[in-house]
Design a protein around this ligand. Structure first.
Ligand code: PLP
Length: 389
């Protein structure tokens, strides 16, 4: 990472996006509108960009405190929050792309992202070319000069834990580059440091971190974020102040949560490798991960998510999930509770068979979202379930 001032990120998370005059805790501004001093003031506000004091869809003080915190952590000039991660993705794409434009995207992006590319984008005549993000040169090779508006990557990927080389991606000139950095969070990697135009997060996950917010955010240069803001107020996927408050609260403890989750994920991934019913384990912190060296280079924490494959497919996966007592079946990650999901039939159910085959999204694949319980309790739960299914 070019500016590897990581020690400061943990401290920064405590201090970013603050206005201590309102107390230490984030304050909640629920107003949808603010009175002005008269016509001239209202006219000034109508021409202003992304400024509070007018109407909440344009800007809200709590949401803006969250945005400022993310911009400070990502070391970008600006940030913009949304009602969800998908709200962020769909707004960015529709703000920057028109009919006839072209996008280069990673084949194993989050299923919702793929569904947006394959559904609304296709319907609007925005063509998408898919590449294997593990070979980052494929992104550059697929760019059509003058036609490609966006290059979209996700690293690490959900649920495969594949990585994209941020140095390669950031060096692409011409189209805007976007990195979905949800699994890493701003405390593990900063794609903008490498030249990536827009960093995107589903803050529903580790950033908010308590399964009590649905929130998205992007970060980048001021001019670009302002351009996207101008479209976003029409698209209307505006972040709720309540969720932004929970996002801001989550940021304060993100470093310590991520450290604990990454330690447990590492221990569980290594232990799973030794289990006889387990046929494969994916976690960037494992030496056996094909991109482990890249993970060491560009990630500070390897994250809370790992995936593993068990012998004999969907039926066995279902039995294993049923046999777990502590680990709950649910489809998110980054929160306090450890969760398990069978990606092929849940989060990634909508992915077509051909893409599933190409990306290795098999019926034997299970995703573990490691929470904050004691690691030995989690291992005991998995051990009992692996023996009994
Ligand atoms: C990598 C990734 N990106 C984007 C999203 C979409 O985020 P949200 O559910 O907040 O819309 C998800 C959701 O799981 C995700 O895992």
């Amino acid at each position: 990472m070019p500016d590897n001032n990581q020690q400061n990120s943990a401290t920064a998370a405590i201090n970013v996006g603050r206005d201590d005059s309102n107390g230490l805790a984030p304050s909640l501004s629920t107003s949808s509108t603010w009175p002005s001093s008269g016509l001239e003031e209202t006219h000034r506000q109508a021409k202003a960009l992304h400024q509070t004091g007018n109407y909440s869809r344009y800007a809200n003080p709590t949401v803006q405190a969250f945005e400022q915190a993310i911009a400070e952590l990502e070391k970008t000039e600006s940030a913009l929050a949304f009602a969800s991660g998908m709200g962020a993705i769909s707004t960015v794409v529709l703000a920057l792309c028109s009919t006839g434009d072209h996008i280069v995207a990673q084949r194993n992006c989050y299923a919702g992202t793929l569904a947006f590319f394959n559904g609304p984008c296709a319907r609007l005549g925005i063509e998408v070319t898919y590449v294997d993000g593990r070979n980052a040169q494929e992104f550059a090779a697929a760019v059509r000069p003058g036609k490609t508006m966006l290059v979209f990557a996700e690293t690490p990927t959900n649920p495969h834990l594949d990585l994209v080389d941020l140095t390669e991606l950031g060096s692409i000139k011409g189209p805007f580059t976007v990195v979905d950095s949800t699994l890493a969070t701003p405390l593990s990697q900063r794609p903008h440091d490498y030249g990536v135009s827009i960093v995107m997060h589903s803050a529903t996950k580790g950033i908010a971190g308590h399964n009590d917010a649905t929130l998205g955010v992007i970060a980048g240069d001021l001019e670009l974020i302002n351009d996207i803001w101008a479209y976003s107020v029409l698209h209307g996927a505006t972040a709720s102040p309540f969720d932004a408050m929970n996002g801001l609260r989550g940021i304060r403890t993100l470093d310590v949560r991520l450290e604990r989750q990454s330690q447990s994920a590492q221990e569980i991934a290594e232990w799973l490798l030794t289990q006889k019913n387990v046929t494969g384990v994916r976690y960037p912190g494992l030496k056996s991960h094909p991109q482990h060296e890249l993970a060491v280079k560009q990630m500070r924490y390897f994250g809370s998510v790992l995936s593993f494959e068990i012998a004999s497919g969907r039926e066995a996966a279902s039995k294993l999930i049923d046999a777990l007592k502590l680990i709950r079946p649910a489809v998110t990650f980054g929160g306090p509770e450890t969760l398990i999901s069978h990606s092929a039939t849940s989060t990634h159910n909508s992915v077509d068979r051909e893409t599933k085959n190409k990306t290795g999204l098999t019926d034997s694949l299970l995703r573990l979202a490691i929470g904050l319980e004691s690691c030995s309790d989690l291992k005991n739960d998995l051990e009992t379930a692996l023996k009994s299914y």
